[in-house]
Structures are given as C-alpha cells and as structure tokens.
Design a protein around this ligand. Structure first.
Ligand code: NAP
Length: 501
C-alpha cells in the first residue's frame, strides 16, 4: 500500500482522489496533481501496465493519425519520434516512460477493474468498487477513454460462430492467419491499418464493408537523424514544427464547422486518391462513399486500396444477413465459409458502459441520466454527480486534431475546480443544472450546422441522432472556454458530516 491510501473500517482504502485509467488522461491528471502538491491519490487500472488505448490496440499496423510531435504531452516533448505518425509501440513506450519519469507507478493499482461507484451524500465521498478492492475518496476523475470497450456487431448469429474470432482491440497474436479463410468485418480507422499488414497471409481474405470511407493519402516518413539532432539541440525547431502541425489541423475546423462547403477541397483530393489507386471502375464505385466528406472520420492511408486489389482479397459490399457457425451469409444470398473472423467494428463510444456503474446524488444512475445521449459541462462535469469528473467525456472528441491537447485542457480545468473547492473548504462541488443545459444547447446549435450533421451514421452520434462526441470548434476555443472558469458555474457545499448536522 502506498502512503496515499489508508484502509478504513469499511474495508475501503481511503484516499483523496481516485483516477480511473492510465492512458494519456489518467497519467496526465496524476502528473498535474503532483505538480499541485497532491500525493494523496490512487489510480485504478484494469490492465497490468499503463498505456490505455495504446496498450490495448496492438493490431498489426496500429498507429496514430495525428503527427507525433502534436500527439504528445506539451510538457513531455520527445525529440526521438521515429516518424511523422507515431506507431503503437512507440506511443506505448512513451507513456511507460512518462509514468516512470514522474514516479506514478506507486500510485497505480493494476488489475483493478471498476465495477461501481456510489456517491455518499452525507459525507460527500465516493465509494468505488473494483475487482481488486474498494476505495473511498472525495473525488473521482474518470480517464477511462471514450473508445475503450470493443463492440461486436449486432449481426444475427454472431455469437454462434464456432471458428476463431477476435476484435481489433484484442488482437490474437498467437493465431496464425497463414493459409486460412479470413473475414474482416468493418472498414473503419482500425481495419484500414491492419488489413494491408495481414493481406498476404490468408489464402482468402474477405473484407466486409458496410459503408466506404473517404481516404486521403498518408504523408508519413521517417525522421532523419539530423532532424532529431536539431529537435534536441535547438528546441525551438521542435516547437515550431508542433506549432505548424497544430495550425494546419486547426484550419480544418473552417470546413468542418464553419463552412462545410469548404470540405469540397478534401473531397477533390480523396476522389483523386481513389482514381489514382483503383483502376477497376466497379471496385472504385464500391469504395466511393456517398456521404459528404468529413461527416464520418476522414481516414488516411496509402496501402488500403492496393491491399484490397491483391488476388486473394475481395471486398464484399452486399451487406451481411447472418453469421453461421462456419460461414457468413450475405443479403444477396451468397455464402462464404471462413476459418476466422476479425471484427474491426469499433467501440461503445456513445453508450460508455461505465455510465451504468456510476450512482450519483439521490441514487441516480448516469446511464439513465444519459438515456437520450450523453451530456456534460465542458465534457467533464455532470449535474447530479458531485465531485465526479470525466476527461474525454461528452463532446470533447475531435474530428481534426490531437486529443492530447484536449486532455491537457480538461486536466487544467478540473484542477481549477479542485482548487476552488479547497479554497472554500467545500466537501462537494457540482456543476449547476442551468449552466450545463445552456452549454449543451449552444453546443447542439453549433453542431447542427457542422459537416457531422450532414446525414451519415457515425460513432459521433447517439442512436437518438444527437451528436454527443464532438467538440464543434477550434481546440483553442475549447481551451479559452475552460480558462474562463467561473466559480458561479458550480455549487459548492459542505457535507452534513462535515457541517455536523
Ligand atoms: P469504427 O471507425 O467505428 O469502424 C467500425 C467499422 O465497423 C465501420 O466500418 C462500421 O461500418 C463497421 N461495422 C460496425 N458494425 C457493423 C455491423 N453490424 N455490420 C457491418 N459492419 C459494421 O471503428 P475503428 O475502426 O475501431 O475506429 C474507431 C475510432 O478509433 C476511430 O474513428 C478513431 O477515432 C480511433 N482510431 C484511430 C486510429 C488512428 O489514429 N489511426 C486508429 C484506429 C482507431 P459503418 O461505417 O457502416 O458503421
């Protein structure tokens, strides 16, 4: 046990703050707490090492679509990134180094999966149940990630499939695809990375596409030794590069949110990209989306279209009717026997399973409160759930730039709320309902005019149609909005125990 937790009579380890998760969000928050002089916190982590999404998603070819010099903590630059776009092993190693450098491991309880969290109205504390033990804390900060729970498709018969199967986020590296009949279901950001890497191995690879995506060229390359030397010796060069990438990405907001007509420029490039890489007109039609570019996440790849044209690879676009114990039957009646199915079918993004575990004031369950779609104030606080914060909660995801920037913004904002609560000796702090409502009305109005509302299905949207994932604007606007912290947006109170009532 670290000094940051004490066992109490209820068999709960007592600590001031429990952080959930050890990805960018959880580690970044822990570092901020240390900087504030707070050591009394515990990080619970369901896995056995740090890294979040970059520890879990180890499929062949896993990498980030945001350049490495922007997709990293501003306070922990890395001059050694090997490429423009960081690969999964590099990102995992980066996060491990950060955890070690800041001596965070003594705070982490590995193999502790969150099972429930209950707010105690009398004390203003939370009881947090995990697979490894219980905790009592004043604050809970949830950095569990918006894309953490792999989703299997709701295709009839999927549970009866008797062959080998796994999800892209739980890749089975012990299973050899060589000489097998393999099906990949899904053609999103994950599939377009792993399909080209595995395409040569199977005897037959059938890629089941429900909706084609717009794909732009991936301008990736290795950094030269001289560049790395320059980044190290002249830090201004690395900072300038980071600034350049940041500004270029922010420009995309002009088309995505402010003037969707500008997205035509991306469409021209994406259409050219298909034309130059896919010669067969039938395949080209099959791979060309019909929705406006940007409505779903724009993907980047140089090897996806070539992989789909290998002699052992086929794209099946007729729609799946049913999965049997050894085959996939399509809506056109055709059937393909398969040995293995790889699900590249995404995550529970809009219905974060963790919400069903969170019991707030008056026993309300977050999943019920969010039944018509998640919402929060600044993506972190929800009325009715005092002393509870999300990092990468509702409407914080980006369609255009680095989530690490948004995470740092939220960490700073949560720190301000924690400091304000300390300042007035409050035991509970909660966002005001009217503030949360006004914020979300404004968000939804802005989202209504964005490219994401132009008529496509995506994981950005709740099943009600409400866009619950994306921030509709520049990332610096989000930061400014968070910096304009007003104490009056929150209700500060003392618990009945503290107040002696
Ligand atoms: P995704 O983008 O949600 O893609 C899921 C795919 O599965 C889609 O093609 C979807 O088709 C298909 N699908 C889902 N249910 C289906 C069903 N019942 N029948 C047939 N097809 C079905 O998931 P992902 O590829 O794992 O990526 C998720 C997100 O993670 C990305 O958008 C991105 O934010 C992040 N990510 C980033 C990177 C990166 O930075 N390079 C890499 C991987 C993931 P529809 O399109 O028709 O729904």
């Amino acid at each position: 046990m670290t000094q940051s937790a004490r066992e109490n009579a209820d068999n709960c380890l007592e600590t001031r703050i429990v952080i959930v998760g050890t990805g960018f969000a959880g580690l970044g928050m822990a570092i901020r707490l240390k900087e504030m002089g707070i050591e009394d916190f515990v990080i619970i982590e369901r896995a056995t090492d740090v890294g979040g999404t970059w520890r879990d998603n180890r499929y062949p070819g896993a990498a980030c679509d945001v350049p490495s010099h922007l997709y990293s903590f501003s306070f922990e630059p890395n001059t050694e990134w090997s490429r423009v776009y960081p690969t999964q092993p590099e990102l995992e190693a980066y996060l491990q180094n950060v955890a070690d450098k800041w001596n965070l491991r003594p705070h982490i309880r590995f193999s502790h999966t969150l099972t429930a969290a209950h707010y105690q109205q009398d004390s203003g504390q939370w009881i947090i149940n995990t697979s490894g033990g219980n905790f009592r804390s004043q604050f809970v900060i949830c950095g569990n990630g918006g894309l953490a729970e792999p989703k299997l498709p709701d295709i009839p018969g999927v549970e009866r499939f008797a062959g080998h199967h796994f999800h892209s986020a739980t890749w089975d590296h012990n299973y050899s695809l060589a000489g097998k009949r393999v099906a990949v279901i899904g053609t999103g950001a994950s599939a377009i990375q792993f399909v080209p890497k595995i395409a040569d191995a199977p005897e037959q690879l059938s890629v089941y596409q429900r909706t084609p995506n717009w794909i732009l060229p991936r301008k990736d390359r290795a950094y030269h030794r001289f560049e790395k030397w320059l980044f190290k010796r002249l830090p201004i060069t690395r900072k300038l590069l980071r600034g350049k990438i940041y500004c270029q990405n922010e420009m995309r907001v002009l088309g995505m949110v402010l003037h969707p007509a500008l997205m035509k420029l991306f469409r021209i490039t994406a259409s050219w990209n298909i034309r130059r890489q896919v010669a067969d007109p039938t395949l080209r039609t099959l791979l060309t989306p019909t929705f406006p570019i940007g409505c779903k996440r724009i993907l980047i790849s140089n090897d996806w279209y070539p992989a789909l044209q290998k002699p052992n690879v086929e794209v099946v676009g007729t729609g799946i009717k049913e999965i049997t114990p050894n085959s996939i039957i399509n809506k056109d009646g055709s059937e393909r026997e398969v040995d293995c199915i790889i699900f590249g079918t995404g995550f529970y993004a809009t219905e974060n399973p963790i919400a069903a575990m969170i019991h707030g004031r008056d026993g309300r369950v977050l999943a019920d409160v969010w039944a018509d779609g998640e919402e929060a104030y600044l993506g972190s606080s929800v009325h009715g759930f005092p002393n509870f914060f999300f990092i990468v909660g509702p409407n914080v995801t980006l369609g255009h730039s680095s989530m690490v920037y948004m995470i740092e913004t939220q960490i700073a904002a949560i720190s301000r709320v924690l400091a304000a609560a300390s300042e007035v000796s409050a035991t509970a702090v909660e966002v005001r309902e009217d503030v949360q409502q006004a914020y979300n009305q404004d968000l939804q109005t802005r989202l209504g005019g964005s490219v994401w509302a132009t008529g496509c299905d995506s994981w950005y949207k709740h099943r009600s149609g409400k866009i619950t994932q994306l921030w509709p604007g520049f990332t610096f606007s989000f930061r400014r909005r968070n910096r304009d912290f007003k104490k009056s947006d929150y209700l500060f109170s003392k618990s009945s125990v503290e107040a002696g009532t």
